[in-house]
Write a protein that binds this ligand. Sequence first.
Ligand SMILES: Cc1cc2nc3c(=O)[nH]c(=O)nc-3n(C[C@H](O)[C@H](O)[C@H](O)COP(=O)(O)O)c2cc1C
Length: 164
Amino acid sequence: MLELIKKRRSIRKYTADPISESQIKALLEAAMAAPSADDARPWEIIVVRRADLREELSRVHPWAAMCRSAPVVFVILGDPRRSAHWIEDCSALTENLLLAVTGLDLGAVWVAVYPQSTDEERVRRLLGVPDHLRVLCLVPVGHPAETKPAHTKFDERKVHYETF
Ligand SMILES: Cc1cc2nc3c(=O)[nH]c(=O)nc-3n(C[C@H](O)[C@H](O)[C@H](O)COP(=O)(O)O)c2cc1C
């Protein structure tokens, strides 16, 4: 597990190989195993495989282009009515998803939507997201067409023992 965490990198290039239904199910299960305040689980996930929708998602902003070539994009939604901690909970879910992707030897990257309200509105209109839900991020997933070394980013200067 410790090696897997260090192995996770943002992968932005994918082969044309598809992601299977069983892989999608495994990723969803891992994602939803995330911790959640009061166990409220204020998340919803849209699984986007349609090429026309992925093309539109890739245009949400200049750093979302990977949605075009990834065979599947997970759209992470949160419900502020169900929890004041929706951002933390959905972020934990997203990290679980990214780690599970790494564990299946797939590649993915966190693509921000929140807090840009114009980007959020584009995704909302495109995918018919109900008004009460917020769009946290997009996670394009595919078979990696690039490799990156594992890293830890460990920085001892950021660690403070007992008091700051
Ligand atoms: C909240 C958040 C938003 C991000 N948004 C984007 C994005 O819109 N597009 C992108 O290509 N990468 C995005 N990233 C990925 C970061 O650029 C990446 O994690 C960082 O460069 C470190 O690289 P690593 O993930 O390989 O460790 C985002 C990451 C986080 C946590």
